[in-house]
Design a binder for this molecule. Sequence first.
Ligand code: NAP
Length: 284
Amino acid sequence: MTAQRIDGNALSLKLRADVSRRTAALKVKGITPGLAVILVGENPASQVYVRNKVKACADSGLHSVLEKYPDTLNEADLLDRIEALNQDDSIHGILVQLPLPAQMDAQRVIEAISPAKDVDGFHIASAGALMTGMPGFWPCTPYGCMKILESIPYDLKGKHAVVIGRSNIVGKPMALMLLKKNATVTICHSATQDLKAMTLQADVIVAAVGQRNVVTADMVKPGAVVLDVGMNRNDEGKLCGDVDFVGVEQIASYITPVPGGVGPMTITMLLVNTLEAAERTSQS
Ligand code: NAP
């Protein structure tokens, strides 16, 4: 069996077309969805990420502001700035690009964002909402994975999903989202004793580790659906995931490539969350 590749770029374009359409409809009501992106310091990868987020907003008709601060900024000043954005009616979503400089407590900074504007879904209120099934914002990367799963003819109900990785931004929320869709979920991590024994039982594997070849063909049940969240560099410096794509593609039924799988979905779900934040204000 050769797996069907899931094209995250194509799915992203489809979802972004819907974002553009709904944004245009909101503008007719006098509301332009607005995202504030805060970057502290000069981290090169973060600079690329925030640039891409701002561009994605412009491409879909959303308003965005990018606020850049030196890494000498003190936390109190950043908290004041977030509070001003919380009060700003032209801003519906606030995103603080991580990582923050060492002198700052990232969680305290995230908690300063109003949960109504927490479009990254990292606030403890958003995490609690996901856990309890209340309305809130879902973290963009696992939310994008769920959209990928929705895009294929596959019913998660009763299936065994194995999530590799338990971070607050990918692994744990991913597991909760799969559970919400009635999958039976196993979460693996660095202390898991026999990862292969776990993945061989999986109907769905989501790899979110950040190490090449964490999942190889001998670890995958024939016909499994494999989503690769990882972003790594191979020996030639090219972007690759956590999954040995060439080998696993021969075993799985569906697989996401890296690049072009989960990656494009993350910014798309940020746009969706920002749009939904704006739509909620228009309904209140
Ligand atoms: P993270 O915070 O470093 O978490 C990695 C997780 O992998 C941890 O839970 C760790 O376990 C687990 N782990 C490490 N080695 C393992 C092993 N040998 N076997 C099983 N589990 C192992 O990373 P993250 O932020 O969740 O991101 C994961 C990957 O996704 C990274 O490559 C990141 O770049 C990528 N990512 C991609 C996107 C995107 O848009 N495509 C977005 C976010 C992240 P412990 O908890 O025990 O340490």
